[in-house]
Design a protein around this ligand. Sequence first.
Ligand code: OKP
Ligand code: ZN
Length: 343
Amino acid sequence: MLTIYTDDHHLHHGKHELIGGQFTPCFEKPSRADMVLDRAKAVKLGAIQAPTDFGLSPILRVHSEGFVNFLQNAWSDWQAKGRSHDMLPIAWPTRRLRQVEPTDIDGRLGYYSFDAGAPITAGTWQAITSSANVALSGQAELRKGARGIFSLCRPPGHHAAADYMGGYCYLNNAAIAVQAMLDAGAKRVAVLDVDYHHGNGTQDIFYDRADVLFTSIHGDPRFEYPYYLGFADEKGLGAGAGFNFNYPLASGSDWSAWSLALLDACRQIAEYAPDALVVSLGVDTFKEDPISQFKLDSPDYLRMGEIIGKLCLQTLFVMEGGYAVEEIGINAINVLQGFDSVA
Ligand code: OKP
Ligand code: ZN
């Protein structure tokens, strides 16, 4: 399987995120992608190719102009206030507050965020646009006829919606690739989000549309981040009604429970008969993950890839989460090797 990758992700290395009332070193760090790349090379998964630059237009097909403009200028606006440390928001427009974009950068930062888990640094804009290009290049390669492509994106994207960032995510790489597939002529695209956390951003972007089926298996939002989306009764809206499937699972879920949800999601995907599948590939379902509560083991990721492979769909894998850095490479690449084994 071809991997799309660039070192540009090193330009994004936040220092701290807010967890349990404390500033904690960021779990989302450059070594994550380095470890996945190392493993892809070690097992000779396939060629490694640099992304090409698709410019802002495919990003603006998914994200609002105001939000993209905010991201592009955030660091210089921050510096203009005499600051050189990482950006983190301090206030959010919650219920009954006005949804009006402020002029002040602190106001704009909260307006376009939903948590204090996604620091913006000097290199963030370059890293996130490169990450989107990694997904877009994967999508372009898939269109040439490949069965599977791996877009080794970092930073991840599935928590980012059209006009907000959060949860280590800024631009929604998977959604940008999905939209590019549709714009290139695909009639229907399915998304399978296997990251431990609900893909609230991707769900939100496609919630009222029938041309994208969104499925997600994740920690139940009643106990797990992102808390405010990802419940089983979210089925889609308007034309999108019936095209959204959430599988919230209990804390401690292992492969036996997790794989039942996967089989049901795959049944929905097969019934939808999409032209292509995009997998939001997070491996923070791993038993040793430092911020997650599922109990998948490394061999389970081979089984995961096999089940996905049996859908017999052209598949773009887009890297999302996974914070057990020692095993992230083995687990992520196991999915791709499992997929390749059922060719
Ligand atoms: C991003 B992705 C830990 C706090 C959670 C945000 C997690 C974002 C995960 N209890 N902070 O979906 O892997
Ligand atoms: Zn996650």
